[in-house]
Design a protein around this ligand. Structure first.
Ligand code: PLP
Length: 368
């Protein structure tokens, strides 16, 4: 039966998605903006990556290598991995959505934690499946709570480790315990977007677990420590059968030629990532301590950002702090969509930006 009044309808779940609201990047009437809202690198990319990107502008008429072979080889070389087990994507967002589409169907479930990355429920609903939220403990992943959410309908568990926006992590022993507790038909997605920043012996990004199991994938990005967020470039490492499934459904040219060229140059310049890590090692503890000294609670982070909690009961709200800071060009991330209305997330910025935030927060807290 034809019914001319009805519009085309998206698949179930699509209209349940709350559109992703990116970190603010613009403040009217403020000349200089310090963007500390999306965990970008204050050091920017390797100069070699920027040069490779520019050089690619001479060949924009040609399609890229759809398999991104040279980039996968460069990543494999840098991390000691088989390039055949790597898939590249237009940001790790692209790969997370592809994994959801490949492994989730209507009525099935994917688990993430309370303050997990917002892309997980978006990817899950977009695939027609149901996001299941596992509670955290002290803003930290609780393995037992995730395992308690597993049902016969569970197909995927998304885990950001370290997590965004909390900055907390679970040690490798806990990741292994989570993996052991999952049925073998559930895919564990380890999102290690901030792995380059982590300086802990009890942390493992996922390489070892992927290499020794058939139901784990690890996602990585060039958007954070590599300073290439504008490029949209990420990669995943997984078992051969998962790699095969994701290759089948990805866009045939999902990574652009300039991204491939810049990515190769970026992974071939480990000294630049080292500089980003060293900068973070200096300023992450400094910010945590200085901001803590102002009477604000800061969740201990091992990534390149911190979660700052505001004493709203004492009349110092996160919304007011955000307005106070952004009027000074200091743009932090409000976290209402993450269910954290009383906190702001701050990326570790340049020395200048970090000092300005501490000064501004001191002024904010001292206000009558
Ligand atoms: C920033 C971030 C990413 C990276 O996304 P891209 O699409 O690669 O820019 C992935 N996961 C988490 C948890 C992040 O915070």
């Amino acid at each position: 039966m034809l019914n001319s009044r009805l519009n085309p309808e998206p698949r179930p779940g699509v209209l349940k998605i709350k559109p992703y609201v990116p970190g603010k990047s613009h403040v009217p009437d403020v000349a200089k903006i310090y963007k500390l809202s999306s965990n970008e690198s204050p050091l920017g990319p390797s100069p070699h990556a920027a040069a490779a990107f520019r050089a690619a502008a001479d060949h924009l008429e040609d399609y890229p290598d759809g398999a991104a072979t040279a980039l996968r080889e460069a990543i494999g070389h840098a991390h000691g991995l088989d390039p055949d087990r790597i898939v590249c994507g237009a940001g790790s967002d692209d790969l997370l959505a592809l994994i959801a589409r490949a492994y989730l169907a209507d009525g099935e479930e994917a688990i993430h934690t309370t303050h997990g990355f917002l892309v997980y429920p978006i990817a899950t609903l977009g695939a027609g499946a149901t996001p299941i939220v596992a509670p955290e403990k002290d803003y930290t992943t609780d393995v037992d709570a995730i395992l308690a959410c597993v049902t016969g309908r569970t197909r995927v568990v998304f885990l950001a480790n370290p997590n965004n926006p909390t900055g907390t992590f679970i040690p490798y022993d806990e990741v292994k315990r989570l993996h052991r507790g999952l049925p073998s038909n559930v895919l564990l997605v380890l999102d290690a977007a901030y792995a380059e920043y982590v300086q802990r012996n009890d942390y493992e990004a996922g390489i070892e677990l992927v290499a020794t199991s058939e139901n784990v994938v690890m996602c990585r990005t060039f958007s954070k420590a590599y300073g290439l967020a504008a490029l949209r470039l990420g990669w995943m490492y997984g078992p051969a059968h998962v790699v095969d499934a994701v290759h089948r459904i990805r866009g045939p040219f999902n990574v652009s030629a300039p991204a491939i060229e810049a990515g190769i140059a970026a992974v071939s310049d480990p000294a630049h990532v080292e500089r980003a890590r060293a900068h973070n090692d200096r300023w992450l503890p400094w910010l945590t301590e200085e901001i803590g000294r102002l009477g604000l609670e800061v969740t201990p982070s091992i990534a390149n950002f911190i979660l700052i909690h505001f004493p709203w009961r004492k009349g110092r709200t996160a919304a007011e702090a955000e307005a106070f800071l952004s009027a000074r060009g200091l743009v932090l991330r409000q976290l209402l969509p993450y269910g954290l209305p009383h906190a702001l997330r701050m990326s570790v910025g340049s020395e200048e930006a970090n000092r300005l935030v501490v000064e501004a927060l001191a002024a904010f807290m001292a206000k009558p």
